[in-house]
Design a protein around this ligand. Structure first.
Ligand SMILES: *Cc1c(COP(=O)(O)O)cnc(C)c1O
Length: 358
């Protein structure tokens, strides 16, 4: 029997999505984002499925070390860089490529004696205001890095887009312009585009692209699904009905009695809840597939169970298959119903969910 809550991963879809990246950004090298456990899909299995990418990117050094220990030979960028000298030792040992974004990192590198041992990505903050040097500091930082023995020359140059998922926001073009002007006179490979850049902003395409969510078949835009963009969803989350019962008008369902029945109906109880990563704030009406057909979620999501209205499916019975997102039900739509983003849904799958590779 299949486990109660399980996620089926279509690993062939990952290659399809990588091919889509390459067709949108012909000639660009691809740095595939596998941070946060491969957006919840399992970092190592996704990295293996992406064996032919030009590089991986992770947020933290420990993620990169896990990739190396698993035997992956591709280049690996570490987006949060490092904060102390001991971490530089790890980066050297495992040949990881840190993003440089602060003066304290620069000082740590200036104190090192190794020769051309570390490939680095110099990050410019063009408006995200998270990590990166301001444009006004760029040339001074670049010159100091040029004199760092440990750094392989020329350094790679990058920035990150803050609002590329909004195709009407001119901030993106301003960021691209500021980046291009800042680095214009300097050698080094450039990288700007995340998924939204790759799919929506051709001006952001340059030597390297950095797709994340689109590799998992998910749209970076709030108004479209991955499928509409020619992507294939990788994760489908499933469970099953464990009880079906009749409830009468005036009865309430679940904690807090948040949903009251206005006419008698069949109620289904599904073995999935926030303890599996199904979103606690999914609203009544969020779609769920029972035997491939849509029914609405009703009442509060609890830790282990949700309840659905089976009025349109009088024959549904315990053991029937339920799909929470993925195959036939875009995760983007569930994110809208739960007032979150699809990134957070797939990242949030918990250990209890059994993974089945397909
Ligand atoms: C996560 C991340 C990406 C990928 O973003 P997506 O929206 O998932 O494509 C690219 N660049 C940086 C710096 C990131 O942190």
């Amino acid at each position: 029997m299949s486990p109660a809550a399980y996620a089926v991963l279509d690993l062939d879809a990952v290659q399809h999505n990588l091919a889509k990246v390459r067709s949108c950004a012909p000639g660009a090298k691809v740095m595939a984002l596998v941070k946060a456990n491969g957006y919840g899909h399992g970092m190592l299995r996704i990295a293996e499925a992406l064996h032919n990418t030009d590089a991986f990117a992770v947020a933290r050094a420990d993620e990169g070390i896990r990739l190396r220990k698993a035997g992956l030979k591709n280049r690996i960028a570490v987006l949060e860089g490092f904060i102390c000298a001991a971490e530089v030792n790890d980066l050297l040992e495992y040949q990881l490529e840190p993003v440089l974004h602060s003066f304290s990192q620069l000082e740590i590198l200036e104190a090192r004696k190794e020769q051309e041992a570390l490939t680095v990505w110099l990050k410019i903050d063009t408006g995200m205001n998270r990590l990166g040097f301001k444009a006004k500091d760029f040339s001074a930082v670049y010159e100091r890095l040029k004199r760092c023995a440990i750094v392989r020359q020329p350094v790679n140059l990058m920035t990150h887009l803050a609002n590329a998922d909004d195709k009407n926001d001119d901030m993106t073009l301003k960021q691209i312009l500021q980046f291009n002007q800042t680095v214009a006179a300097y050698p080094g490979q450039r990288s700007i585009a995340n998924s939204a850049g790759i799919l929506g902003w051709p001006q952001s395409l340059t030597d390297w692209v950095r797709p994340g969510v689109m590799l998992y078949g998910i749209s970076p835009f709030p108004d479209s699904t991955g499928q509409e963009l020619g992507l294939k969803p990788v994760m489908s989350l499933h469970s099953r009905l464990i009880a079906v019962k009749q409830i009468e008008a005036g009865e309430t369902v679940g904690y807090g009695g948040r949903w009251m029945c206005d006419k008698s109906t069949a109620l289904g109880v599904v073995a999935i809840g926030y303890g599996d990563g199904y979103p606690r704030y999914a609203n009544t009406g969020t779609p769920v597939l029972v035997n491939g057909k849509r029914v609405p979620l009703i009442g509060r999501v609890s830790m282990d169970m949700i309840t659905v209205d089976l009025a349109t499916q009088p024959d549904a019975k315990p053991g029937d298959k339920v799909t929470l997102w993925g195959e036939g039900l875009p995760v983007e739509e569930i994110a809208l119903g739960a007032e979150t983003i699809p990134y957070a849904l797939v990242c949030g799958i918990t250990q209890r969910v059994q993974i089945i590779e397909n």
